[in-house]
Design a protein. Sequence first.
Length: 315
Amino acid sequence: MRYVIDNGQLRVEADSLGGELQSIRKDGGEYLWQADPAYWDGKAPNLFPYIARMTEGKYVLDGQTYHMSIHGFAHTMEMKAEETGRDRLVFRLDADEKTRACYPFEFTFRIIYELEESVLHLTYQVENLGTKEMYFGVGGHPGFCLPFGQGAETEEKKAAFEDYYLEFGEDEDGNDGNAANASGLREAPACPVRIGFSPSCFLNGEDVPYQLENGKRIRLRHDLFDQDAIVLKDVPKCVTLKAEGSGRYVKVRYPDMPYLGIWHAVKKPAPYVCIEPWSSLPSRQDVVEDLATQPGLICLQGGGCYRNAWEIEVE
């Protein structure tokens, strides 16, 4: 079932199936990718309790082997609309027999959407209802249609895919998430690092520096994604998608996500780009991971509650 929140600046639709965003509209124009199966039939899946692929589609925990599909199971499950309002929507997923078969934990997972002017705030909340430690990852996978603002009479209709670029860091008055030094001055970010992936999209340990144009930009080209996603770490915690000469943009802030994926369908002229804040990474090549020892997963104590908030701004 679809639900709508609307504060007069943004109109956002989300579905109870996976709690997935279906539309982000401003001034009559659509910004969210609309799932053309010729390229990608998703829109903005929520990733829990695992991000990307597991080697052989399985993992080990406490000596038992479990199977899990790509990006976990939350995006495939019907969720309860726990709270609905004019500018706030909360979806809830509780552990059940189906989840326990592939993920042996007692949990409640919430996706919280809130509107504030031209910003959509997204929060992932995980409660560990059991007594043992719980291991997981969370992340977003929203696609943005290019040109964006589709359906509105704007100059964006004339923009080509290659006119768009991703720019890291905030504007002059903003905070890009980089730490300040002892003098209160903001440190220049280190060179981003591209996470090394094998041809089958598992970690291969071959991380390399990733140079940004002028230290802050990635200009979009379809062939950027011929080897699948670009996944970065050590980047500022804000990235803006925009085109030359346009006042319209989409800005994604992800203060507590250490990784950022950038993707569209491989070797296709796909008219969208995904901006994906991730808390963790997929399995290592040829390693069936032990969930309790896999590097980078969130470890939540029994009875604990974890929250990770990020946001999408549309102007």
